[in-house]
Design a protein around this ligand. Structure first.
Ligand code: G2I
Length: 455
């Protein structure tokens, strides 16, 4: 190209000229791809590039101690366009002594990621676990201000470098209570979560602020409903929350369930982004990995998936071989399934991003509305009444929480799924109010209306 003067517009037709044109075009294409998809190879062949084509990211947890492992960083740099420090931004790592902050390991990851165009999810500012010993032994107003100071300092330090923060992690109890987890932070007052979110917003107004938890994947679970109610309440009161993270550590005791997509879309309908934040699946079944990715792609506000480690040997549950690469760094069948899901994914069509006007027990659905009310309660069972509006021929799906069982119904024709926990009730000409009796079997969680469809 150097043999021609500027302004020389004569056509070039010789073999050298054609080679130069091809090379220039290839360079331009490469430069363009790099500009739009930093940190990834060409679209369609890596997780990050394929996710980017769908407007999503595909991330992984990263441990600073592994950044010197060439096999690890080769995969990291090739496949992922988002990283979450696995432990390096936790409270014990960033404030090991009160008021003395330590950011070295976290910065190592942030610099590695950002210099390659990957985005960073921050994990986590306020959590009952992995607290430094000085914080573990604190309580009351001293703990409240120490927690808020921690949120402020860390979010300020990384301002502009972290796209989303898990502001609060795992604040709800497991099981059927739907209660907050009893932790030293919870004991400072029920408003500790919203106080943490407000402090984070003030410190880094540009970061998306997320609530993050596990065992919140199954829409019928009390814990899922409890988090949903908190987010709904926060949105209605203007507490600055932008996103909800679903850790999604799936295993034989806590398996993936087909209502996962309902969970993601129901939260998204509250007006928050949703993200799969710590995905791993015992045994890495390809079909389940594929389903998770398809569920995220089906929800417009599901804007990314993060797996909790790269190779099986990097996993906190290494013996369950739950990740996309084996311990030698080779792609597993689950990898191929995820890549295929990302490449086949369609543009999402679920639009609702405004909070539903229906109560939390009535997630948004079809063209009718079903509202569930508690009715008579006995020592071993309770009645519920569902009122349908907007249709005379309707189908309403209701779920009870195992080990509950529905023992009786009226004013509708029920059918059941194989688990016996999900009842599809169809109108039978008896009007628009139907009812049913639930045997509690020790669990008094209110049944959930999943959908109402006019027919
Ligand atoms: O437990 C799995 C994840 C559940 N959700 C929140 C995540 O933050 C959590 O991550 C795990 C890390 O993957 C582990 O690596 O959190 C664990 C601690 O709660 C991490 O384990 C800790 C070990 O307990 C420590 O002994 C060890 O020093 O990892 C540390 C660093 O390797």
């Amino acid at each position: 190209m150097t043999e021609r003067c500027q302004g020389d517009t004569r056509p070039r037709t010789g073999p050298r000229a054609r080679t130069a044109i091809v090379l220039a075009a290839a360079a331009l294409l490469a430069a363009t791809s790099a500009a739009f998809l930093p940190g990834t190879a060409s679209a369609g062949t890596t997780l990050g590039a394929s996710a980017a084509e769908k407007g999503r990211y595909f991330g992984t947890a990263v441990a600073a101690s592994r950044l010197s492992d060439g096999n690890y960083t080769t995969i990291l740099n090739r496949e992922f366009n988002s990283v979450t420090p696995e432990n390096e931004m936790k409270i014990d790592a960033t404030e090991p002594q009160q008021g003395r902050f330590s950011y070295g390991a976290a910065e190592q990851i942030v610099n590695h990621a950002r210099s390659r165009g990957m985005s960073v999810r921050g994990h986590t500012l306020a959590w009952h676990s992995q607290q430094p010993s000085w914080m573990e032994s604190m309580s009351g107003s001293a703990l409240r201000s120490a927690m808020l100071n921690h949120v402020t300092q860390v979010a300020t330090h990384f301002r502009g470098q972290v796209v989303a923060w898990d502001v609060v992690n795992e604040a709800f109890e497991d099981g059927t209570s739907g209660a907050r987890r009893n932790s030293n932070l919870q004991r400072t007052g029920n408003d500790w979560i919203e106080a943490a979110f407000r402090a984070a917003r003030a410190a880094d107004p540009g970061a998306k602020l997320c609530y993050n938890d596990y065992n919140t994947d199954n829409w019928t679970h009390a814990k899922t409903q409890a988090v949903y109610n908190m987010v709904r309440d926060f949105k209605s009161r203007g507490v600055p929350i932008d996103c909800v993270g679903f850790q999604s550590h799936f295993n034989n005791d806590s398996p993936y369930v087909s209502n996962y997509r309902t969970t993601l879309s129901s939260f998204a309908a509250l007006g928050v982004d949703v993200q799969v934040t710590e995905l791993d699946i015992q045994g890495a079944p390809a079909a389940t990995y594929r389903s998770v990715v398809e569920d995220c792609l089906a929800v417009a506000r599901c804007n990314g998936v993060t797996v909790w480690g790269i190779r099986d040997s990097d996993s906190w549950r290494a013996s369950q071989t739950p990740l996309l690469f084996n311990s030698s760094g080779q792609k597993k069948a689950a990898y191929d399934a995820v890549l295929a899901a990302l490449n086949n994914g369609t543009t999402p069509t679920d639009p609702p991003t405004t909070p539903p006007t229906t109560p939390p027990t009535t997630p948004p659905s079809g063209s009718c509305t079903a509202t569930l009310q508690d009715s008579t309660r006995w020592g071993d069972r309770f009645n519920s009444q569902v009122t349908v509006s907007g249709a005379s021929n309707w189908t309403v799906v209701v779920a009870v929480t195992p080990p509950q069982k529905v023992s009786n119904t009226w004013n509708g024709s029920p059918t059941w799924d194989s688990s016996g926990n999900v009842m599809t009730m169809r109108s039978n000409g008896s009007g628009n109010v139907f009812g049913f009796t639930t045997m509690a079997n020790g669990t008094w969680t209110r049944p959930v209306v999943r959908s109402c469809t006019a027919s």
